[in-house]
Design a protein around this ligand. Structure first.
Ligand code: ARG
Length: 501
């Protein structure tokens, strides 16, 4: 036979010295080696497009570490249970570790023409150690193998995203600490509403991202059970010790039902939902950065590293990174929809449709990961034009509520006070001035309840500092909030991801 092109790299040397058996297998030192894992069942050569359509190596090679790690745990357990001999188990373990190190060092290239990462690792192992390598897959199916790999991978990257969120929380926290008296208008309907501080505004995002982290940690808790040993769907007759492999791989235990073990992708969907919320939060924040950076607002300036110029308009400095974060949000939502849709009609247990979980997940993961990092960099290097922010808080009648509250404190029922201040605002709009600019006589024309102390009561500082209910922008409330943020950040959760390797 001729060497099938797809296996050139791995098998070249072997083919040169050995006799082939049929199109999908050959012998080497007396061992029949299948190039395809299902080579015994199929003899015809698939056409290339089928191979390409079916294969997943171009994307599942990403979790080669998890695949080899899972195989190491499985092979060790097979040896301990006497399902394969101790020597065979040790031979497999030491060769798998070599393969791991070689891929890590770049001396072994993953063959992108293999069907998937599972086939590649097993074929490489068998090529190197012969018969013992062929025993690795005893009591295992690619169905539980891929379910395991995906779970291990998702668990690792979930920790990584959580850590990246923590870095972002640190940046937000530092800006909060430094801006407890940086006044700015707070908005509703994108209309100036009431004055707040920058610390208060950013504190809202601190809460958003804190929840995002906790959602990810929750998902890790739920997904942390090992599907290894579920087999194709119905377990196996071999005396596998599923608890041992689960423990070795850092899981809380094995999954309870073998069908669920291979059919469940809830954790992928949960993570995609978490990623979608992270992107939604980053996108809302980006939108504000874009608005604040506009010529009309000028609240902030984005550092040159995170903005770009225009090819035609020399005066432009565009907030591209913020716009891209906002733009890429849709693509993460898209991945969530892809998975929800792919899974919705699937009968139990494994179906090849499930291979579609990977590209969608990886794309969302890369997007959310880069977005957090870049957003964090942009935020950490922003310049806040504090004077412009305070001036903006001072005009736009952001103290109208406080003026009404002043009248209430002087015995006027709130509904009447609201009406009086409404008329005063109209008067000011006409005069093109702020409430604070009116003389006491002008105030009194609207209500005799106004006294000289009104100026103090409606000053920007009073409007902010007197708001000290829990969660409000006043100094005392903000200090309490910052203390809580500090406590949260100092409460280190240590993940030792390498421990189980
Ligand atoms: N590449 C496959 C996936 O990603 C691996 C599992 C294949 N299982 C099977 N029975 N064909 O889902």
């Amino acid at each position: 036979m001729t060497i099938p092109a797809q296996n050139d790299t791995i098998y070249k040397e072997i083919f040169e010295n050995n006799e082939s058996v049929d199109d999908s297998s050959f012998t080497w030192k007396g061992t029949v080696i299948n190039m395809k894992l299902w080579g015994g069942r199929f003899t015809g050569k698939e056409n290339e497009l089928v191979d390409k359509y079916n294969s997943s190596i171009t994307f599942d090679s990403r979790f080669w570490r998890q695949d080899i790690t899972g195989s190491i745990a499985h092979a060790r357990m097979l040896g301990r249970q006497g399902i394969i001999s101790k020597e065979e188990s040790e031979q497999i373990l030491s060769e798998l570790k070599k393969i791991y190190d070689e891929i890590e060092a770049g001396t072994l290239q993953i063959d992108m023409t293999a069907e998937d990462i599972h086939s590649f690792v097993e074929a490489t192992l068998t090529e190197r150690i012969g018969n013992a390598g062929k025993k690795l897959h005893t009591g295992r199916s690619r169905n539980d193998q891929v379910a395991l790999d995906m779970r291990l991978y998702c668990r690792d990257v979930a920790h990584d995203i959580s850590d990246k969120l923590k870095d972002l929380l640190y940046t937000i926290f530092h800006i909060m600490e430094e801006n407890t008296d940086t006044y700015m208008p707070g908005f509703t309907h994108l209309q100036k509403a009431q004055p707040i501080t920058l610390a208060h505004h950013l504190g809202a995002y601190f809460e958003f991202f804190k929840r995002d982290r906790s959602r990810i940690e929750d998902c890790i808790e739920r997904m942390n059970y090992s599907p290894l040993g579920s087999g194709a769907l119905a377990g196996t007759t071999y005396p596998l010790d599923r608890e041992m492999t689960a423990d070795e791989l850092g899981f809380y235990g094995p999954t309870e039902n073998s069908i669920d073990g291979v059919a469940d992708r809830d954790y992928v969907i949960e993570l995609l939902a978490d990623f979608s919320l992270i992107m939604q939060h980053l996108s809302r924040f980006s939108e504000e950065i874009i608005i604040w950076n506009s010529n009309e607002y000028r609240f902030i300036e984005i550092s040159d590293a995170y903005s770009t110029g225009s090819s035609i308009m020399p005066q432009k400095k565009n907030p591209d990174i913020a716009e891209l974060v906002r733009g890429k949000t849709g693509r993460v939502y898209g991945s969530l929809m892809t998975l929800l849709t792919s899974l919705k009609g699937l009968p139990l247990a494994y179906n090849k449709d499930m291979q579609e979980d990977k590209e969608a997940f990886f794309d969302a993961l890369d997007t959310v990961s880069d977005s957090i990092v870049l957003f964090n960099g942009m935020l950490a290097t922003l310049t806040f034009n504090k004077d412009v922010m305070a001036a903006s808080a001072r005009n736009g009648f952001t103290n109208a509520t406080d003026a009404a509250d002043y009248l209430v404190n002087n015995g006027i029922p709130f509904r009447d006070a609201h009406g009086i201040i409404g008329r005063l605002v109209l008067y000011c709009i006409d005069k093109k001035c702020a409430l604070d600019d009116l003389t006491i006589d002008e105030f009194r024309q609207f209500s005799p309840a106004f006294n000289e102390d009104v100026y103090e009561a409606i000053s920007l500082q009073t409007c902010v500092e007197k708001r000290n209910t829990i969660g409000a922008p006043g100094k005392l409330a903000i200090e309490r909030m910052i203390q809580k943020c500090n406590d949260y950040l100092s409460d280190e959760i240590i993940h030792n991801d390498e421990e189980w390797l």
